[in-house]
Design a protein around this ligand. Structure first.
Ligand code: NAD
Length: 480
């Protein structure tokens, strides 16, 4: 009977992309990968042909059909108007989880951290990467940070399930809820809620700044770390670099239907077409892919042969070190060295074993809890060039509509009225908080805006102030 081949979509990308993709496909084919590739065009050429997304419509068809994407890095052309293909792919295909294993290979690859085996699980769709940005006044631009309960539940659940399935002991959460009490506060809260369902796993929480410092200094104390998008983006690069090289780390982007596998690094255009680049990042992405499509036996062979080549000191320029490495090789020769070791295991580095079939991690959302939502006021944002907070406050104080009255004005989040400090630096962007002692309607809010507008103030936007089950769903002002 003919062997069942799994169709996968492949993109060779730009810069070093084609060289490392060739090497990767050659290695996994030599290991016996049961795959059939469909090649799509993405990246620089597509961008420069006038497609601002960098991916042609027929490429989406292939991705939706195969649901598995092995992608080499691409070059995003400089200048405005070109959208990040990575962000587009992740969001359009709902690839909510980004998994980046960051491992050190001491003493074969030079590293300051001999014991490091950290899995970074990064939320992939939300946070500041929603890409909702507006210039609101000549001086002030806003980027909306969106953290949602379902998005957070999905990534946190994924992290705990991953830890359970891969025999990990501890899940750590990084966030900054001492400052962003609402958004990062929700991330932390959901982490605690879902973590309580996994008594067998150790749980810990770090404020991201000190957590990042600890990760850079003592990565050996971490196991699985889950974080919102931006922190995860930055810290997974840091973690990969301190493990040895960004050239060594692969990454999986997992959605409910489709999954994408890649190296974490970019297209390194200066290294292109010289047979120099390290194909390891993409190869380890391909290993994650093989596990994902149920070919753990092949993943095993590839990963162990690769570890043996590293251990034998066969190194590309980026990890080559006199006295540590034995042989400096190019991309092609490195691939040959891995293929020559197929079937072997490393003698000293920990070998991998993917023989236990891994079930696809399914994340189910908790049923939505009915929530009482009540509007009790509105933040009216004004553009005003005059930096006199007291003058502005006194003029707005006299406007009162259906119980909505001015309670404070902030500038960049700092309370400047009433009782502001003369030292506080002010921009042309003012948040004027109108609250009521009882619930208000949207008509009340519109009537208030009409009154503010008629009084000659330039409204640039509003945000409703709501209570959820009696709890304020908005932040106060600093110094308020
Ligand atoms: P980069 O990751 O391409 O390169 C950073 C440094 O690491 C360079 O010194 C490079 O030589 C080295 N390096 C990277 N990968 C290597 C490898 N496999 N072997 C050996 N050395 C390697 O980052 P960059 O220079 O900031 O970006 C270059 C381009 O890549 C930009 O157009 C950027 O938009 C794009 N990019 C794409 C992706 C992606 O497609 N996933 C990710 C990041 C950057």
């Amino acid at each position: 009977m003919a062997e069942q081949l799994t169709p996968i979509t492949v993109a060779y990308g730009d810069g070093i992309g084609p060289e490392i993709m060739d090497a990767t496909l050659r290695i996994i084919t030599a290991a016996g990968a049961r795959i059939k590739t469909e090649v799509i065009e993405i990246g620089e050429k597509v961008y420069l042909s006038g497609n601002s997304a960098g991916i042609a419509p027929e490429a989406w068809e292939s991705l939706r059909r195969t649901k598995v994407f092995l992608k080499a890095p691409i070059t995003t052309p400089q200048g405005g108007g070109y959208k990040s293909l990575n962000v587009t792919t992740r969001k359009m295909l709902g690839l909510f989880a980004n998994i980046r294993p960051c491992v050190s290979y001491h003493p074969y690859v030079d590293t300051k951290h001999p014991i490091m085996d950290v899995i970074i699980i990064r939320e992939n769709e939300e946070d500041l990467y929603a890409g909702i940005e507006h210039q609101q006044t000549p001086e002030v631009i806003q980027c909306l940070k969106l953290i949602t309960r379902p998005g957070t539940e999905k990534i946190v659940r994924y992290a705990f399930e991953y830890a359970k399935q891969y025999g990990r002991k501890k899940v750590t959460c990084f966030a900054k809820d001492n400052i962003m009490k609402q958004t990062d506060g929700l991330f932390h809260k959901v982490f605690d809620e879902i973590g309580a369902e996994y008594p067998e796993l150790e749980k810990e929480f770090w404020i991201v700044d000190i957590g990042a410092a600890k990760l850079a200094d003592s990565p050996e104390v971490f196991d699985v770390i889950v974080m919102p998008n931006l922190y995860g983006d930055i810290l997974s690069d840091v973690a990969a670099q301190i493990a040895g090289s960004v050239g060594l780390a692969g990454s999986a982007n997992i959605g409910a239907e489709v999954a994408m596998f890649e190296a974490i690094h970019g297209s390194a255009p200066r290294r292109a077409n010289q047979n120099l680049a390290n194909p390891s990042g993409l190869l380890l992405g391909a290993v994650q892919m093989l596990v994902h499509i149920g070919q753990g036996d092949i993943a095993d062979k590839v990963h162990n042969a690769w570890l043996k080549a590293l251990e034998d000191g066969v190194h590309t320029y980026d990890i080559f070190k006199e006295g540590v490495s034995k042989e400096k090789v190019g991309t092609k020769e490195f691939a040959d060295a891995v293929i020559a070791r197929m079937g072997q295991k490393p003698a000293n580095l920990k070998h991998v074993d993917y023989s236990q079939a891994k079930e696809a991690i399914k994340v189910t959302l908790k049923p939505a809890v009915p929530t009482k939502m009540e509007t009790i006021g509105v933040d009216v944002f004004l553009y005003c060039e005059d930096r006199n907070a007291n003058k502005l406050g006194d003029a707005l104080k006299v406007i009162e509509v259906n119980g909505l009255h001015l309670t404070m004005i902030t500038n960049r989040g700092v309370k400047v009225y009433p009782d502001g400090m003369s030292e506080t630096f002010c921009t042309d962007h003012w948040r004027c908080r109108y609250k009521s002692d009882k619930a208000v309607s949207y008509d009340d809010i519109l009537a208030l805006q009409t009154a503010v507008n008629k009084a000659g103030f330039a409204i640039i936007k509003t945000e409703n102030l709501c209570k959820f089950d009696g709890v304020d769903g908005f932040s106060g002002g600093q110094g308020a």
